[in-house]
Design a protein. Structure first.
Length: 200
């Protein structure tokens, strides 16, 4: 009885192995996901800022560990910023013409921006003029008015000039001109200057 049972069991195992080899279907590999630029950003954000491990990132984003390591070793190249919004109506040629016109004389500098398109024959609004000036480094400021020179002031200046017409260089060197400005290259630091009555 034992020999027959051993024979039947061996025959069953042989037939089972034949069935397995005949009907077994190989498990297909999971298709590998391509690592995009967005994935690179996510990987670096999760690793450097969120504290995720490499294995956790691979599991979270459905990527391989090698893809995660590669993304962490290679920095992303900056992309060229795309232009947003409409292009300025006034190009470089018109802006140069505008700058030459406004720098020609004081009257042009004091002309309201709303009148400039009609003067130069342009079909644009004030916003285009403002944008053009901004691109060229110009800004609108309130013009300062100097006090007018009255005949009395002119007479006082003439008398002062006649009194000092024969002064020597040594006499002029003793004068402190408070309205002078020294122009020197390099960085400057603002220094507070105080005059005391004892030393003046």
């Amino acid at each position: 009885m034992s020999h027959s049972s051993d024979y039947s069991s061996s025959q069953y195992s042989t037939s089972q192995s034949l069935l397995d080899s005949e009907y077994s279907v190989p498990t297909p590999k999971t298709p590998q996901k391509n690592c995009t630029r967005d994935d690179h950003v996510r990987i670096q954000t999760l690793f450097f800022h969120a504290g995720f491990t490499k294995d956790e990132i691979a599991l979270q984003l459905n990527l391989t560990p090698n893809q995660v390591k590669y993304a962490l070793r290679h920095q992303l190249t900056p992309q060229k910023k795309q232009h947003s919004g409409r292009y300025p109506l006034l190009g470089p040629t018109e802006r140069k013409q505008l700058v030459d016109w406004v720098c020609a004389n004081g009257k042009n500098r004091r002309t309201p921006w709303s009148q400039i398109p009609a003067i130069l024959g342009w079909d644009c609004k004030v916003y285009a003029i403002k944008t053009a000036f901004k691109k060229e480094g110009f800004a609108r400021r309130t013009a300062l008015k100097k006090p007018k020179l009255t005949p009395e002031h002119a007479q006082i200046r003439l008398v002062w000039a006649q009194e000092h017409i024969n002064w020597t260089e040594e006499q002029w060197s003793q004068i402190l001109w408070t309205d002078e400005t020294w122009i020197q290259p390099g960085r400057h630091k603002k220094v507070e200057e105080r005059l005391y009555t004892e030393t003046v």
